[in-house]
Design a protein around this ligand. Structure first.
Ligand SMILES: O=P(O)(O)OC[C@H]1O[C@H](OP(=O)(O)OP(=O)(O)O)[C@H](O)[C@@H]1O
Ligand SMILES: NC(=O)CC[C@H](N)C(=O)O
Ligand SMILES: [Mg+2]
Length: 503
């Protein structure tokens, strides 16, 4: 996941995009970028770092115009260290196009070959987003064939993109002298929503919180496969460009990625997390009798709604036992295992009095590499807890994600090749309770009946695009630099129990 935003109609637009990116910062902490357009000219500033660090006053002053887009990056392709792979990306032909992308392409090798062999286009980085932009640019050139660009040409180009490109993509682009284009992959894996302000200005963004926080009103989500064009005068045209669009949003957005105050594809993220707490309660009861739990303690930040609902359902006191250092970012989306591990201790600190002599149930939204769980369980023990139980509001994460979440190899997942009992031992906890996969799908899906299903491959190993094999997963990882090279780096697989088995 990354955060993307595009907007048309307010002058100047630079501060608005900056504000929207700040509201999307939780989706990407590695790099940030903005492009604005004034007349026919694009103005761009992008760099590695958080939004606050990337944009200084002088950079903001150099972003004029009333149309623009921006991105916060969480790398899932190419390299974490490359400044060049920060977005937006730019091509000068046809017309001049800039683009931002949230998602991950799964046939990027084939596309790279086609771009070189038959489309005769050059890509200069390892980023899949640059490949996507070049496919789009090539198809716009083909569809417009020299004549002034029409809406229908752009829709035709998006149709061709859907035909050629596999994987997940929520995209916002600016076409010079034309306007803004936004589109979403035919499964709607990554989110994208849009709305207007009272003055008629338009905004499209990854999450509704970016609209609400900048005084825009959420109107609707971009439909799977749909393309939306907003011209510089604010007029809007939309068309379905996929042969068969179905709505399969990513389940992990509701578990962890999105902010709880966002509504995505008609599902309030907060409500989804409450519901997960409700179904988790059933699992807890069948493992640890509630009268043997003195307190339920969330692992800040994302697990709070689920933990709260769980506590309410079981009638057990909900207590805050960990304080989060608000100046440390989200650990899961940091590059490199060594950094993630160190950051958990910097980020969370136990309040000893909440643990001393108590039997506590810690609740997290998910256990992925186990980095957080292992640390916080130890912290609870060090603080004097009599018993430490752990519950996860999501089921075990056992499969790689290829759609824009950086968990590309099985080996790094603590639940891969281990039974729940083996994971319990590895974490060092007295009882371990996981969410039930079907119950989770059912309880989140019940919030919006329009959902066709969820992209939940990291839990169930089923990939909605259907083109994922072990070989293609391996191919996606070749040549990737994930920032794992730091000293002291530790892979959970190397700390594994001997002869761990799939459970
Ligand atoms: O098993 P792991 O590999 O440690 O990953 C899972 C943990 O990482 C996330 O927290 P994070 O610190 O990123 O952000 P949060 O403050 O939003 O919970 C998530 O909420 C879990 O706590
Ligand atoms: N998480 C994302 O959406 C990443 C976008 C793109 N694949 C990149 O690595 O830059
Ligand atoms: Mg967390």
């Amino acid at each position: 996941m990354c955060g993307v935003v595009g907007t048309v109609g307010q002058t100047p637009v630079n501060q608005l995009i900056y504000d929207a990116l700040l509201l999307l910062q939780h989706r990407g902490q590695d790099a940030a970028g903005i492009v604005t357009q004034d007349g026919r000219k694009f103005f761009m500033h992008k760099a590695k770092g958080m939004v606050r660090d990337v944009f200084r006053t002088r950079n903001m002053r150099a972003l004029p115009g009333s149309i623009g887009l921006g991105q916060v990056r969480y790398p899932t392709a190419g390299s974490v260290s490359s400044e060049e792979e920060a977005q937006p990306f730019y091509v000068n032909a046809p017309f001049g196009i800039v683009m931002v992308h949230n998602g991950n392409l799964t046939n990027v090798r084939q596309l790279r070959r086609e771009l070189f062999d038959t489309d005769h286009r050059h890509t200069n980085t390892e980023s899949d987003s640059e490949v996507l932009l070049n496919v789009l640019a090539h198809e716009i050139a083909r569809a417009s064939s020299g004549a002034p660009l029409q809406d229908e040409d752009v829709f035709q180009a998006v149709r061709e993109v859907h035909r050629r490109v596999k994987g997940s993509y929520a995209v916002v682009a600016l076409i010079s002298g034309f306007g803004l284009l936004a589109f979403r992959d035919p499964f709607g894996i990554r989110p994208l929503c849009m709305g207007r302000a009272d003055d008629g200005a338009f905004m499209v963004a990854s999450e509704s919180v970016a609209l609400e926080g900048t005084m825009f009103h959420l109107e609707r989500d971009v439909a799977p496969g749909e393309a939306v064009i907003v011209r510089t005068d604010g007029s809007l045209r939309a068309a379905q460009c996929a042969e068969h669009g179905t709505l399969h949003p990513c389940m992990f957005e509701y578990v962890y990625l999105a902010r709880p105050d966002s509504v995505m594809d008609g599902i309030s993220v907060y409500q989804a997390r409450l519901n997960m707490g409700e179904t988790l309660a059933k699992r807890v009861v069948s493992t640890v009798p509630p009268n043997q739990i003195d307190a339920i303690i969330p692992v800040p930040e994302s697990s709070r709604p689920s933990a709260m609902q769980l506590a309410q359902r079981l009638g057990i006191p909900y207590r805050e036992g960990f304080v989060k250092n608000r100046y440390v970012g989200r650990t899961f989306i940091m590059p490199g295992q060594a950094t993630r591990k160190k950051s958990v201790r910097q980020k969370l600190n136990a309040i000893a009095s909440e643990f001393k002599g108590r039997r506590v149930l810690l609740v997290d939204d998910s256990i992925v590499r186990g980095t957080t769980s292992k640390e916080i369980v130890q912290m609870a023990r060090d603080a004097g807890a009599a018993k430490v139980y752990l519950a996860s509001a999501a089921p075990p994460v056992r499969h790689p994600n290829v759609y824009g979440i950086d968990m590309p190899t099985r080996e790094e997942l603590v639940a891969h090749g281990r039974t729940v009992e083996e994971i319990r031992q590895w974490i060092g906890v007295d009882a371990l309770i996981y969410q039930d996969l079907e119950a989770m799908k059912q309880t989140v899906g019940a919030i919006n009946a329009q959902i066709d299903g969820f992209e939940a491959s990291c839990f169930d190993g089923k990939y909605v695009t259907g083109d994922i094999s072990d070989e293609s997963v391996a191919a996606l990882n070749t040549g990737r630099d994930r920032g794992d090279g730091e000293e002291g780096d530790e892979d959970t697989s190397r700390l594994s129990l001997p002869n761990a088995q799939e459970g």
